[in-house]
Each structure stands twice: as structure tokens, then as C-alpha cells.
Design a protein around this ligand. Structure first.
Ligand code: 2NL
Length: 357
């Protein structure tokens, strides 16, 4: 009996994990374990022998069970200690850098100008970037021999061999969207059409894709005075100045008559552009009264409806407003150019409530 006790308590002390403990339990105190076998032998004993051996076997069984329970708890403690020793986090370590985006300056400018024109009663119209030559050129009174239609300025889509219909083009302005809107909703109409446009031009100040917003207002009694007021309100709101002076210079576009290029009063102070004051002028847009042929091309009677239209380059507006001197900032997904030149939107609270850097 003492041998049994020494053997199993020894094994329990040595056991390295729960599986080993379970094997010992089965061998020692299981239904067919060694203690159970000894219990069976009680029947063959004399009553005197049984009176000694019975309680002794029960005591041994209890002792082994207690040792098993104690060892199991000890193993669990040791396992936890081991995890605490090996699996720890240094919460004071710096976080991993997260890729962070920010709104694109052109998108930011588009959102801002859209909100301003919305207050002036203009809704937004959109259309395809791949256009047919009628919507992009003919409807706008741009004749077939016009230099804008030359292969050099316009991206033409491919036509299958033998198909000699005029090829589609990548729209060179957003005017075709205005033609489509006139066709669809008729007059009166007050819309702006912001979006990407394409011209085969690439140098320091031109990229083959850029952004434009055109505006169109047609009604029975719209004059150039309305154009002037709308543009003044827009420029004041967009550049956040109380007063601006606009200068209308006679110009020529095929789709407007009369036509005017519009400059805003400005000055350069230590390389810093100031809008609204000074003795300089900077051209910011083209405009005019919509040519009767263009109104008719949109399916509207030019004897009844007249109005103005204008076109502004959004990329340049964004550069002027946010002080970005380099087109690279628009095409580089790397925010360093924007940071370098300072893009105010980077310092604005973003949708997630934090600062976007
Ligand atoms: C410029 C010139 C301009 C328009 C765009 C327009 C559109 C229709 C009818 C008449 Cl559907 N005009 N658009 C008019 C004048 C000028 O843009 O230099 N933009 C940067």
C-alpha cells in the first residue's frame, strides 16, 4: 500500500501536463485502476484484515485524488505564469504609420463652388466624358475647320476600319453637358457643369486632363448685367473677400456673342497673391451671352429665351485659393507636395472628427 502511494504521488509530482495527469488518474483511481483492483481483493480477506485494509485503501484513494486536484491547479497557474511572461504588450510603443488620405484640392474646390452656385439657384448637371462630335463641336457653333477640332488639340477615339462616321472625342469642355441638359429639360434653365475635360496639351502649365465648370442661365429676360452679378457673387464667396472688382474684356468664343474674358483685381505682395485689391488684373474665366445658334442647337427657341454662359478652369481656381503653385500636387498621390505648399483643407477637421494628418 505504501508502495502504491509512493509510486502515484511520485508520478503526480512529475507530471508535466493535464494529459499526463489524466493517464495517472485512470491507472491509479479509475474504475479499472490499481486501487479498484485492490478493493476487489478485500472480499478474499479475513474480516480482521479487511477492517484494516478497507479504510486504508479509501484513504489512499482520497489522497491520490487530492494530489491530482492540487497538481492540476498548479499546472494551470504555471501555464498562466508562462503566458504572462511571454505574451505582453508594450502599450507605450509608437503606433504603426497609417496611410492617410485627404480630399483632393480639385474635389474640394468643386464642392465649394457647387455650394456657392447652389445658393445662386444653379443645379449641377453631369454628362459623358466620351462625346460625339456634334455635342462637343457642331452644337456649340464650332465649325469643322476650327483649330480646336484639329487632331493636335483633341483626343479622337478609334473607329473600326471602314467605319467612316465621325469619331467620338474625349470632351474638350463641359459645354456638351449643357447642350444635353437644354435638350432634356428645355428652358428656363440654370445649371453648372463641373467635371474633367481633355485636351492634347502637356507642359508646365497644362495637363491633358483638367477640370472645368461651365455655367448656363437661360430665361426670357436675362442680360449681361445678371452675368456680372452672378460672377461677382461667386468670386467674393469663393475667395472669401468682401469686395472684388471684375473687368470684362471683349473677346471671342464661337458659342457666345458678345463674349468677354473676365479679370479680377489683384496684387502680388512678396510673392503672395492678394485677391480683390491692388493694381494688377488676373484673368480667371471666359463668358458671354449664349449664341442664338447654340440655343437653337439645344432645342430651345432663341427668339424667346436668351442668357449667359461662362467657363472656369477649376484646377487653376484651386491653385489660386489654396496657394498651390505646382500642377504636380494634383497628380501625385503623395501628399508631400500639398503639405510642402500648404493646402488649407489638410488642416480642416475631416469627416471622422479629427485632423486629417
Ligand atoms: C474659357 C471659356 C467659356 C462657355 C465657356 C458655353 C456653353 C454653352 C453655350 C455657350 Cl452650352 N457658352 N460655355 C461660354 C464662354 C466661355 O469658357 O476660357 N473657359 C476657361
Amino acid at each position: 500500500m505504501d508502495d502504491l502511494k509512493a509510486k502515484y504521488l511520485g508520478q503526480i509530482a512529475e507530471a508535466g501536463d493535464e494529459n499526463a495527469l489524466e493517464a495517472i488518474r485512470v491507472a491509479a483511481v479509475g474504475k479499472k485502476g490499481e486501487v479498484a483492483l485492490k478493493m476487489r481483493e478485500l472480499g478474499k480477506m479475513t474480516p480482521e484484515e479487511r477492517q484494516v485494509a478497507g479504510p486504508a485503501l479509501n484513504a489512499l484513494k482520497d489522497e491520490i485524488n487530492s494530489a491530482l486536484v492540487a497538481k492540476k491547479a498548479g499546472l494551470a497557474d504555471a501555464a498562466l505564469d508562462e503566458r504572462l511572461r511571454t505574451e505582453w504588450l508594450d502599450v507605450t510603443l509608437p503606433t504603426r504609420a497609417r496611410g492617410q488620405g485627404s480630399i483632393h484640392p480639385v474635389s474640394q474646390a468643386t464642392e465649394e463652388l457647387t455650394a456657392i452656385f447652389a445658393e445662386l439657384g444653379f443645379s449641377v448637371a453631369e454628362g459623358p466624358r466620351i462625346e460625339n462630335d456634334w455635342h462637343n463641336f457642331d452644337a456649340l457653333n464650332i465649325p469643322g475647320h476650327h483649330p480646336a477640332r484639329a487632331e493636335m488639340d483633341t483626343f479622337y477615339m478609334h473607329r473600326a476600319e471602314g467605319d467612316d462616321r465621325p469619331p467620338h472625342v474625349l470632351r474638350t469642355h463641359t459645354s456638351p453637358v449643357q447642350i444635353r441638359s437644354m435638350e432634356k429639360q428645355g428652358a428656363p434653365i440654370r445649371i453648372i457643369c463641373p467635371g474633367g475635360v481633355y485636351r492634347a496639351d502637356y507642359d508646365q502649365t497644362h495637363t491633358p486632363m483638367f477640370h472645368q465648370v461651365e455655367g448656363l442661365a437661360l430665361d426670357k429676360d436675362i442680360s449681361m448685367a445678371n452675368l456680372k452679378w452672378v460672377l461677382e457673387e461667386f468670386v467674393k464667396a469663393f475667395f472669401e473677400v468682401d469686395d472684388v472688382e471684375l473687368r470684362f474684356r471683349a473677346s471671342h468664343f464661337p458659342f457666345t456673342e458678345p463674349s468677354a474674358e473676365v479679370d479680377i483685381r489683384c496684387s502680388w505682395d512678396n510673392g503672395q497673391l492678394k485677391i480683390g485689391e491692388g493694381d494688377g488684373w488676373m484673368e480667371i474665366l471666359g463668358s458671354g451671352m449664349v449664341h442664338p445658334k447654340v440655343i437653337a442647337a439645344g432645342g430651345i427657341d432663341p427668339e424667346v429665351y436668351q442668357g449667359f454662359a461662362f467657363g472656369i478652369g477649376i484646377d487653376r481656381l484651386a491653385m489660386l485659393k489654396y496657394g498651390i503653385p505646382d500642377l504636380r500636387a494634383f497628380f501625385d498621390s503623395d501628399l508631400r507636395w500639398l503639405r510642402h505648399y500648404g493646402f488649407a483643407a489638410l488642416d480642416m477637421p475631416n469627416l471622422h472628427g479629427g485632423l486629417s494628418r
